[in-house]
Design a protein around this ligand. Structure first.
Ligand code: KG4
Ligand code: ZN
Length: 348
């Protein structure tokens, strides 16, 4: 089986091909065009600019990735249908629909957050070859738009245990970077500066740490950063580093504590980390340490698969198709597929 996936939910235009059967599959092609450099000068993603860039990039990227023969050897097409920016999603979905209809191949819509979870299958052979041993698993899905604790009982079988009630943790990193005038995206910059800061310098609040449920709140933490700095007369480079370290310490502590509490309560057999914030070294070290203490296998994606990419969408599609979990769209039904900017796949 050979699956071509298209991802365009935010500011990355991406294509990937996975082929194989059963557990014996491999990533054949993987291309990502990142627009970050374009959006950096605006201090964040401008949806209209992102959509226009996707429109310019998607077909040349397809030709470059697949060659002239484009779709001849492809069995299925998959596309991210949500969640994400409507205008960005539309470009990928429209391209996938047109290609699927013209080539008479079945099309499968994939949820972006489910894709992030499957980035773990791209990076961990042990999980890929023996995943049955690791279910039920607890996934901490952390990105610019989401902070979710998801109980994954098997392929395609999810239960949402908790979510953020306001800002996502990646969004909090981005907003703290903005307050500190550090640029976009904030996560990589804040975590780099944190390396040289004193993480105990500022005592910041830990919203909902002991709320008794698995929900999160990061908006108050970000506001505490703002108010604390407003009290400082002169914000030195030293103060910026200390604030980055103090903020990161608290954000990570909240994520780690809630994750391990849920892992123990639901007696999972493994913990998975997924999403753009999975690039954060402090978060990975923190989760590794509590998982080790509890004899729990911990999996996380390689850096190249933490951000948005199509390989993870292809992997999610591959498992859905292998396990006959979802119906594909064929013929004229392909045109019924719309974008779902708030698509929730993990049900309570
Ligand atoms: O998954 P992703 O690429 O896009 C979304 O679907 O949102 O995640 C992007 C988010 C941004 O908020 C970015 O600041 C954050 O991931 N991020 C990080 C790090 N690298 C990226 N956050 C904390 N530490 C990092 N090293
Ligand atoms: Zn993402």
């Amino acid at each position: 089986m050979r699956v071509l996936a298209i991802e365009s939910s935010c500011d990355e235009t991406a294509l990937a091909v996975i082929s194989g059967s059963g557990n014996a599959w491999f990533l054949e092609k993987n291309a990502v065009f990142s627009q970050i450099a374009i959006h950096q000068k605006f201090g964040g993603i401008v949806p209209e600019v992102a959509a226009r860039k996707h429109a310019e990039t998607i077909i040349p990227l397809l030709t470059e990735t697949l060659g002239e023969n484009k779709l001849a050897d492809i069995d299925y097409l998959a596309v991210t249908a949500g969640p994400g920016l409507i205008t960005s999603l539309l470009l990928g979905v429209t391209a996938a629909k047109s290609l699927a209809y013209a080539s008479q191949k079945p099309l499968l819509p994939v949820n972006h957050m489910e894709g992030h979870i499957y980035s773990n299958w791209l990076s961990n052979d042990e999980l890929k070859n023996n995943d049955k041993n690791y279910f039920p698993s607890l996934a901490l899905v952390v990105s610019g738009g989401h902070t979710e604790l998801v109980l994954m009982k098997g392929h395609g079988d999810y239960q949402l245990l908790g979510t953020t009630l306001d800002d996502a943790v990646g969004e909090a990193f981005d907003k703290v970077a903005k307050i500190l005038k550090l640029g976009y995206p904030g996560g990589p910059i804040v975590s780099k500066l944190a390396l040289d800061g004193d993480e105990n310098f500022y005592d910041l609040p830990r919203p909902m740490l002991n709320s008794g449920d698995y929900n999160f709140s990061f908006s108050g933490l970000k506001t505490a950063v703002l108010y604390t700095l407003e009290k400082e007369k002169n914000i030195t480079q030293e103060a910026v580093k200390n604030m980055c370290a103090s903020f990161q310490k608290v954000a990570v502590e909240i994520l780690v504590k809630k994750t391990i509490k849920a892992a123990c309560e639901y007696k999972v057999k493994s913990v998975l980390l997924a999403g753009g914030v999975a690039a954060n070294q402090k978060l990975k070290t923190g989760l590794q340490s509590v998982c080790d203490k509890n004899n729990l296998p911990f999996f996380f994606p390689e850096l190249k698969y933490t951000g948005d990419n199509a390989a993870m969408i292809a992997a999610a599609a591959y498992y859905k198709l292998q396990n006959h979990l979802e119906q594909t769209l064929v013929g004229k039904d392909i045109f019924n597929l719309g974008v779902k900017s708030n698509w929730q796949i993990f049900n309570k």
